[in-house]
Design a protein around this ligand. Sequence first.
Ligand SMILES: [Zn+2]
Length: 207
Amino acid sequence: MGCPTATYLAASGIGKINLVDFQKPELSNLNRQIMHFEEDIGKKNKSDSLREKLEKLNSSIKIKSFSLKVDENNISKFKESDVLVDCLDNFETRYLLNKFSLKEKIPLIHAAVEAYYGQITTIIPGKTPCIQCLFPDMPNKKDVFPIIGPICGVLGSIEAMEVIKVLLGIGDTLSGKLLIVDIKCMDFDTINFKRRNDCPVCSECFS
Ligand SMILES: [Zn+2]
């Protein structure tokens, strides 16, 4: 989802964008990571490859690329951010990003995809539930899972729209709501969810 989200944010003129990824593009990524091309496979880092494309799209904004795996030691690099965007493929880093968002009081757009399905919510620290209110136990890690390319485009576009709404303070965001998308049956459902009293992250940050 990083490719569509960052592309729409760059095209919209979001002034500063930090791209974080430590991996290199692979052939099996190209069905959805549409800003990486065949010529990039195995050569550049994904964050550099995406930055180069976005700089050609909009030369008037500042884009930085970080070739790193986010962990507890380096995540503080991003505490000046106005919004965080979760385009991750694992809950381990997602939990870390969630905790960082709440501690630093930086809004976080969370999205996840698998196969034909996607989910997205907007977390406003101190106001809405967090990712661990929604998923108190870390889902089992899958080393390999299928992704139909367009689901990343759908969810990534919605993530970009949520970022723009949070930054501009316009419209209604998905705060406290989880949008569940099934593009196989073309169902879009929204459910409300609440903060859990026993959520360890909310308890620590907002006790
Ligand atoms: Zn929570």
